[in-house]
Design a protein around this ligand. Structure first.
Ligand code: MTE
Ligand code: MO
Length: 202
């Protein structure tokens, strides 16, 4: 756009790439590691995923039970509020809707909180995670997640800045009201839509 208005030839980019990069973001090929705190140790014998709160059928899944769930693949872009975007990530895991169906979310539920090992949390409206690209991922680009990228399990919510996607996921809580997560309590925007540049609250 700037190039065009200056009459300068645009640099060679894949067609349509402009539509893939939200305002204020730059592209990276490598995958940065970003988190608060330390990387938890994964023990498959004691690991569990708890789905609780406003659901008819609370669930506690062992690692073995989680692995037996039907799996999906999702290709999606990733946008961090620190301005890097990484395109075309292929995530493999369990669809969030698969979990919703199994626990039978109660009609009062309007929001969720992802809970990570170590205490990190991220909050989202139920309507945002009730989407076919929201996945609980164990693999990225065909490989098991590495410990620093969230092994064994991370949530992926591609339509929001990446802080809404919890590495080392251990719990999903369904709530009848919103409850700010870790970064949201420090002034990060509650909605976090990268296309609206919802980075911080004023
Ligand atoms: N448990 C946990 N999950 C987290 C974070 C964190 O600090 N703790 N940081 C978030 C942020 S800000 C980003 S950008 C992504 C980074 O994921 P990556 O390190 O795999 O690139 O993880 C998100 N999930
Ligand atoms: Mo981030």
């Amino acid at each position: 756009m700037v190039f065009r208005s200056l009459g300068v030839k645009r640099p060679r980019v894949s067609p349509g790439l402009e539509d893939r990069v939200p305002p204020g973001q730059y592209l990276t090929e490598r995958w940065p590691v970003l988190h608060h705190g330390t990387i938890p140790i994964f023990d498959p014998a004691t690991w569990d995923l708890r789905i609780f709160g406003l659901v008819k059928q609370p669930l506690r899944l062992s690692w073995e039970a989680f692995q037996a769930l039907p799996r999906v693949g999702v290709t999606a872009d990733m946008h961090c509020v620190t301005r890097w975007s990484k395109l075309d990530n292929t995530w493999e895991g369990v669809a969030f809707r698969e979990i919703m169906n199994r626990v039978q979310v109660l009609p009062e539920a309007t929001h969720i909180v992802f809970h990570s090992d170590g205490g990190y949390t991220a909050n989202l409206p139920l309507a945002t995670v009730d989407d076919d690209d929201v996945v609980l991922a164990t693999k990225h680009d065909g490989e098991d997640l590495s410990p620093e990228h969230g092994a064994p399990l991370r949530s992926v919510v591609p339509k929001r800045y990446a802080w809404k996607s919890a590495k080392w996921l251990r719990g999903i809580e369904f709530l009848a009201q919103d409850r700010p997560g870790f970064w949201e309590q420090y002034g990060y925007h509650n909605e976090a839509d990268p296309w609206r540049e919802e980075r911080f609250t004023e």
